[in-house]
Write a new protein. Structure first.
Length: 512
């Protein structure tokens, strides 16, 4: 008995499988599948033959893979300035969460923080001054409005006082002056008339002189003039001055109202201007504080601690995906901005990354059971399942542009000690498990013509061509749906026309 190991070139994965059969020994056992055995292939003397058998059949894909961490912490100089390494752990150090990984010094950042602190202090002073100016504008506006309101109140009271008191009193006083003047005129006239009457009496012999009579006449004229003046003043007061005074007082009220409205508008404008200045200074202070906080946040990046347990890997030389061979990670070394220095893979998230050709990717789904074997730990098999399947394919080799592969990530059921990123692994993805009565043959025994399949069956020392219908295919076995029967013997290579006993006409097919 011998097992058949099958290989297939990448080109055959694109254009159809080219099967190569190699006799390697006894039948293999597929470990980890509950004791499922591959069917035995009998190889009689005189040629490469196999027997059609019933047995469980595993449909699986086996690919090479590599251990990687799903999550990794990147350590880099993310600043806009060059830094100098102050402290650093050696490459390969296993750090725990919170352990110091690397510490930098950056004089440029320190200077920038000092300069920005001065800018923040200036902005804070300007903001404080703006708040005080706003408060002063409010108080000045309120004071001016209060004064204008008082002026208006006084003007209203002055008009009311004139109408109710001062105006009537002035008229009464003028009327009193007229009455006094009228009385004085009457008395003077009576006195003058008395003297004139006395002087006319012959018996009295003209006791009053002409000068005295003339003086009394002049006095009567003066008093009459005073009466006319008092009457004129009363008339003027009643007819003109009263109205004028009322108009003057009303004008004072209107002026006071206008001043009050002006002061209100002025106060509102002054406060709005002060508020705008205060808001502008506040925004400026906030912006400068943001700049300072950003610089302080960058200062915090000068000390890098492990976010999780992991293995420190320097990204220099062969470990780097770019040419970082000129970077030296050591105390005192200068590191330029935006330079990746190391990664710390999360050892709790290790998984396997592999590639699957596009011809088989449709069968690979999330949750597919997978077995992982490590080259570094022979005999050890880890259980896992498909966790992620890339959406788009990639071209692994530029000289084979038609070859497309999909990246598949395998999640392990448990982590084991000494498992490290970069380790090579063999990944076996179990797509299906056919039952124990599955009829199958080695893939080397299957041949094709156009869209039809056939086998070369040995019967009575003769070879006959038998059309077959196939089902699913594994790496080394093909399910036979019809055309062959259990214990039939088939050739693993196509016979020559000169081969003895060959039948050229296909025999009747048998139903399994």
């Amino acid at each position: 008995m011998a097992a058949v190991k099958l290989t297939a070139s990448p080109s055959s994965r694109r254009k159809g499988w080219t099967i190569v059969a190699i006799v390697v020994g006894t039948a293999a056992v597929l470990a980890g599948l509950g004791g499922v055995f591959s069917p035995k292939t009998e190889v009689p003397a005189g040629g490469a033959l196999a027997m059609v058998a019933r047995a469980p059949m595993v449909i699986a894909i086996t690919e090479s893979g590599e251990i990687e961490a799903k999550n990794s912490m990147k350590v880099a100089n993310d600043l806009n300035w060059a830094v100098v390494i102050r402290k650093v752990v050696p490459a390969g150090t296993l750090v725990k969460k919170g352990d110091l990984i690397i510490q930098f010094d950056c004089q440029d950042l320190t200077d920038a923080i000092s300069t920005q602190q001065v800018t923040v202090d200036d902005a804070d002073s300007n903001y404080t001054q703006a708040k005080e100016n706003l408060e002063l504008a409010r108080k000045e506006g309120e004071n001016n409005i209060r004064k204008s309101q008082q002026k208006l109140d006084d003007a209203v009271e002055a008009l009311a006082r004139y109408i109710e008191c001062d105006g009537p009193i002035s008229i009464k006083n003028a009327q009193g002056d007229v009455q006094v003047a009228q009385r004085d005129v009457v008395l003077a006239q009576v006195k003058l008339e008395f003297k004139l009457k006395v002087n006319k009496d012959p018996e009295l012999n003209r006791p009053y002189s002409e000068n005295e009579i003339k003086a009394d006449q002049i006095n009567v004229g003066k008093l009459q003039l005073a009466l006319e003046k008092a009457q004129s003043q009363l008339e003027m007061l009643q007819k003109y001055e009263d109205r004028k005074q009322k108009r003057t007082l009303q004008g004072a009220i209107d002026d006071a109202k206008l001043d009050l409205e002006h002061d209100r508008v002025q106060a509102k404008t002054s406060v709005a201007t002060a508020q705008a200045a205060e808001r502008g200074r506040k925004r400026s202070l906030a912006k400068q504080n943001e700049v300072l906080d950003d610089l302080l946040g960058k200062q915090a990046k000068l000390t890098v601690k492990a976010a999780h347990e992991g293995l420190v890997v320097y990204m220099t030389g062969s470990n780097s995906r770019r040419n970082n061979s000129d970077i030296v990670i050591d105390v005192g070394e200068k590191i330029n901005p935006n330079t990746l220095l190391m990664i710390v893979p999360d050892m709790a998230t290790l998984r396997v990354r592999t590639k699957v050709y596009e011809a088989m990717i449709q069968k690979v789904k999330r949750g597919v059971k997978t077995f992982v074997r490590l080259d570094a730990k022979p005999g050890l098999t880890l259980n896992g399942q498909v966790g992620e399947v890339s959406v788009l394919p990639e071209n692994p080799q530029w000289w084979q542009p038609d070859v497309k592969v999909f990246t598949v990530a395998i999640d392990l059921e448990k982590q084991i000690p000494d498992l490290k990123p970069g380790m090579t692994a063999q990944v076996e993805m179990v797509l299906a498990q056919l039952p124990a009565d599955t009829l199958s043959i080695p893939v080397a025994a299957l041949f094709s013509e156009q869209d039809k399949h056939y086998c070369w069956r040995m019967r009575d020392s003769q070879t006959e061509k038998v059309p077959v219908t196939i089902g699913q295919t594994s790496a080394d076995r093909v399910q036979i749906v019809s055309g062959l029967s259990e214990n039939d013997t088939v050739r693993l290579a196509q016979p020559n026309d000169k081969q003895e006993g060959q039948k050229k006409e296909p025999a009747n097919t048998a139903t399994p």
